[in-house]
Design a binder for this molecule. Structure first.
Ligand SMILES: *Cc1c(COP(=O)(O)O)cnc(C)c1O
Length: 447
């Protein structure tokens, strides 16, 4: 029983659940989608919050540039490129035997400096915010200072009196672990059973304490939270509920707006922008969606992508139960190759906030992710981790199953002038051997 109803009753009420529960790929069009002026009325966060986060990242830029020399070229701003992927578009059209109108772009968060995934946005941002709060509170720094001085040994000694904890399937742990250790914090990362060995090894090399759990992501987070509660000097980064993480992700939208302008890519009434975002607990894709809706309003259409084995946000929104439902309660195993996305229970905070802003959610099978990974390598020479490829499946799902949405939003005649932006959420840190294994699997499946 789930909230007083059997699974059979749920299926009768919501027919799409039949496909979702039997692990078939699906696309859900959000029935609670609203025009943006309406949707943002009730929203607890605003553009002012996103701007504040952006300014904080600017204050830290001299420090980041100093301690992570790979960010020097960008003056300490952690940002990723947007690239055209015309070969991939052609390859997808051939493979799926479909016409896919519009321009195809890839947002390469896979190649974000420091930790090589979208988590380098939210995760690093929240650690920096915490460090700033502490340093200001203890009278060690003011917002007008040059933050490069945070690299001094005296600050590392100061921060070593405090600790940071987080629960993660891998990538959030990497971002928070690396950033916290660099500042001098003691840091503990609680890893779920599916976290890749190379991620744990890398963290230990940075001096991060890694605690391995035999359960999934939600349990790792719960353990982290519990341990942190016992220690008043410990700050817990709550992937399921954090507004700070969310705002760190949202800053991406301000940056993307500038990048698209530079590339002469229009987003307006006649030129819709479709954005496809791989979703785990929801913070990353949710924050980016929030930022994009603030900027591009009704001209941007955001879709989340989830693995067929971990459709937590889809179930949370479909049933309206948010974090009161898990994929396991519907008999789904939460086992997927897409480790950043192997989450059984969605964030309620994110689910509620994005409910009126999100266009829909689709799912992709692990097989599909492997195939797309191999195609991306073959035709664009871009190396991504499986999770990231969930985004690339977006235009196919939209053109195959999204007719209802296209009609509703009056988009049919505009598709030729549309831009499809796929958010490649991770990949550049994957070791070569692991990448080659994944590539081979995809190659096998493409035969
Ligand atoms: C974490 C992650 C996501 C999704 O972010 P959430 O905030 O968990 O929804 C997507 N892709 C990759 C590679 C990730 O690591």
């Amino acid at each position: 029983m789930i909230k007083g109803k059997t699974i059979e009753q749920w299926k009768q009420e919501i027919p799409l659940l039949n496909d979702v529960i039997s692990l078939k790929e699906a696309l859900w069009v959000n029935t609670n989608y609203q025009q943006v002026h309406q949707a943002l009325k009730e929203c607890p966060l605003t553009m002012a919050d996103v701007k504040e986060a952006e300014e904080r990242l600017h204050r830290f830029a001299p420090y980041i540039s100093k301690v992570f020399p790979e960010t020097k070229d960008q003056n300490g701003i952690i940002e990723s490129p947007v690239v055209h992927i015309p070969n991939m578009k052609r390859s997808l059209q051939e493979h799926f035997q479909m016409d896919l109108p519009g321009d195809f772009l890839l947002k390469c968060d896979s190649h974000l400096p420091i930790s090589g995934s979208i988590k380098a946005r939210g995760g690093i941002y929240e650690v920096l915010k915490h460090a700033e709060d502490l340093a200001i509170k203890h009278g060690l720094i003011s917002k007008e200072d040059n933050y490069a001085k945070l690299a001094d040994e005296s600050f590392r000694t100061f921060f070593s009196n405090f600790s940071i904890a987080v629960g993660s399937t891998g990538n959030l742990g990497l971002s928070i672990g690396i950033m916290s250790a660099k500042l001098g914090f003691q840091v503990t990362v609680h890893m779920s059973h599916d976290a890749k060995k190379w991620k744990k090894d890398l963290l230990r090399k940075y001096g991060v304490k890694v605690v391995e759990h035999q359960e999934d992501y939600s349990k790792a987070v719960a353990e982290g939270r519990k341990q942190a509660e016992k220690d008043s000097t410990c700050y817990f980064i709550d992937d399921e509920n954090s507004q700070h993480l969310f705002l760190g992700y949202a800053v991406a939208a301000l940056r993307l707006q500038k990048q698209l302008q530079k590339m002469n890519i229009q987003v307006n009434e006649d030129h819709p922008l479709f954005v496809y975002l791989p979703c785990g607990v929801g913070g990353g894709p949710g924050g980016v969606t929030f930022g994009l809706k603030l900027i591009f309003q009704d001209h941007v259409h955001c879709f989340f992508a989830e693995p067929t084995h971990s459709p937590c946000m889809l179930l949370g929104l479909l049933t309206g139960l948010h974090d009161q439902v898990s994929v396991q309660s519907f008999g789904i195993d939460n086992e997927t190759i897409a480790d950043g996305l192997a989450v059984g229970t969605p964030s309620k905070f994110v689910g509620k906030l994005i409910e009126p802003l999100l266009s829909g959610i689709y799912t992709a099978s692990d097989e599909q992710l492997y195939k797309l990974l191999t195609m991306m390598m073959d035709c664009e020479h871009i190396h991504l981790e499986p999770s990231a490829l969930a985004s690339v499946y977006g235009p196919i799902q939209l053109m195959k199953k999204g007719n209802e949405y296209i009609q509703q939003q009056n988009l049919l005649s505009k598709l030729k002038k549309a831009t499809h932006l796929m958010w490649a959420t991770g990949g550049s840190m994957v070791p070569k051997e692991v990448m080659e294994e994944d590539y081979k699997k995809g190659k096998e499946l493409l035969k």
